[in-house]
Design a protein around this ligand. Structure first.
Ligand code: ATP
Length: 240
């Protein structure tokens, strides 16, 4: 579904990604794990058209996504749940969800929009209870659900998730990962970047380890969990 080939991205003299290649097959959840500053956010922002790579290629169903503005990449079917959630704090929960469908507004009839909202509320009943509440007053976990729900309103071909665990209590992180598992069971294609390697590899089909902007190790998630190099570097401190 999503292919990244030999991608390199720099911020001026800082090389953030160097020759990164990975693929996300249809219906699979692929994770990229790595520590702070490894290049995870840069990878997702480049796929979404927010950053322009120095070289490399990004394709969705074989068609290039590069050199297109972010709204067009979204319209092609790339949903992005950004780092730190970034909901619109002064808008209601429901308006945040409706804004998620903005690229489809021309085509989506009101009944269809309402049906999609109901679908999101079935997945996240908590959001239904709070649909008139301002998004900025939600808890961190609720805001994360809202950010995921908003991206789902795009009806994405692939969903990019940037550290959905960030800043959340362990019990809420459990809930977020249960939701990712449920979305995976429904066949959604996802690319998840996470510092919490143990959690990410617990839900993913396949994983990549990124260090200093390069993919160092890759393999089926179960194999990575058993890999002594991954255990030594990432699993010891992140399994709780
Ligand atoms: P984190 O988990 O902290 O978000 P990350 O793995 O997502 O880390 P990136 O945010 O992609 O990593 O950063 C990759 C590298 O690029 C780091 O060395 C970082 O300092 C650098 N970098 C990121 N954004 C910028 C920027 N706007 N200007 C300059 N350097 C940047």
């Amino acid at each position: 579904m999503l292919q990244i080939r030999d991608l390199s991205v720099s911020y001026g003299p800082v090389r953030a990604l160097q020759g990164v290649s990975l693929s996300v097959p249809e219906g699979k959840l692929v994770c990229v794990i790595g520590s702070n500053g490894a290049g995870k956010t840069t990878l997702l922002r480049t796929i979404s058209g927010l950053l322009t790579p120095g070289s490399g290629e990004v394709t969705l169903r074989g068609q290039s996504l590069l050199r297109q503005p972010p709204h067009r990449v979204a319209r092609r079917g790339v949903g992005h749940v950004p780092e730190n959630r970034r909901v619109f704090p002064d808008q209601s929960v429901q308006d945040n969800l409706i804004l998620g469908a903005y690229t489809r507004m021309g085509k989506l009839k009101r009944d269809a929009l309402n049906a999609e909202l109901e679908g999101i509320y079935t997945t996240f009943p908590r959001l239904k209870e709070r649909r008139q509440q301002l998004a900025g007053t939600l808890s961190g976990g609720e805001q994360q659900m809202l950010a995921i729900g908003r991206a789902l309103m795009l009806n994405p071909a692939v969903l990019l998730l940037d550290e959905p665990s960030m800043g959340l209590a362990p019990i809420i992180i459990d809930e977020v990962f249960r939701q990712l598992q449920a979305l995976k069971a429904r066949g959604l294609t996802m690319l998840l970047v996470e510092q919490l390697a143990y959690r990410a590899l617990g839900v993913a089909d396949y994983g990549y380890v990124i260090e200093h902007g390069r993919i160092e190790i890759e393999g089926p998630a179960a194999q990575l969990r058993a890999d002594p190099r991954v255990q030594a570097a990432y699993l010891g401190h992140s399994s709780t």
